[in-house]
Design a protein around this ligand. Sequence first.
Ligand code: NAP
Ligand code: 8YV
Length: 313
Amino acid sequence: MKPDLVSVEALRPQSMTELAETFAIHALPADRARWVEAVAPVAAHVRFVQTTGFSGCPGDLMRALPRLEIVAVMGVGVDAVDLAQARARGIAVTNTPDVLNDDVADLAMALTLMTARNLALSDRYVRDGRWKRLGNQALATKVSGKRLGIVGMGRIGKVVARRAAAFDMTISYHTRNPADVPYRHVPDLEALAREVDIMIVIVPGGPATRGLIDARVIAALGPKGILVNVSRGSVVDEPALVEALVSGRLGGAGLDVFADEPNVPEALLALDNVVLAPHVGSATSETRGAMADLVVANLRAQLEGGTLLTRVV
Ligand code: NAP
Ligand code: 8YV
């Protein structure tokens, strides 16, 4: 008999077919409130959970699975998994680092360029006939040569920095510990915000970074400053961000992540100084394929008693 695997949110079809060769898959409904009830018929036997960074594996679902051995996450961020319970029960948690660095860094640069150069607005300007009616669009803000502050200088932050260097940007960064990089470390986040033109945020989510980009950091970026968030919505004080953008106390923002996805604050939808993306940092077919391959490989390694490829807990 195939071992039971709970699929919280499906991988691409090809990867689900691969998993089905080895595992008996039990897919959960989209409604989170029904997950515990949905696993009940198989809960006593389940040793494997496959999930995504967005859906994760909440504490009540983990508690409902007494024989759980592994939560294999498609995503590098594991903040939606109950990590404390995983540690306490010796449940392995795996993620998909590195294979997505290029795409997330590309998106961070794209959001930076789109926000500073008003490119989403430009597209609307042409499509709705404003170019013909009103002539040229108002002038935008130059990116090349500007001062960039990167919050988080891990796997993705370093790739962002390489791209920014090609735009002749002056790079400084904030982390808790200095990284082995040729850029200036700024231990005080507010001081970093005061001295840069653009800030890109790429730290993990979770309790340690909740509200890290607060009203004071946003105020320090100022009316010409641009904030780009490709990390987690929880890292930014979203009401403070919205208030600063609406009142013009922050120049602009490029946002791939939000506090309560897929809900985006209504006020942001009306703003031309904001570029919005639906959490697509890693969303290319190449990268999502590589991420799904890692999930499958980790689950098979666990089943066969091999070494997990990318274990975080
Ligand atoms: P990583 O290699 O673990 O790097 C994390 C960086 O954040 C490190 O430099 C770390 O340095 C810093 N950091 C952690 N906690 C901090 C804190 N409290 N204050 C300041 N800096 C802190 O992670 P990664 O692979 O680059 O990924 C980063 C995150 O990006 C993921 O966890 C995920 O949430 C997000 N992400 C988003 C997308 C998307 O689609 N938008 C895609 C992939 C990843 P110190 O430990 O020295 O502080
Ligand atoms: C995914 C991400 O879109 O890797 C991460 O942490 O946020 C993204 O790559 C997300 O995990 C959904 O699978």
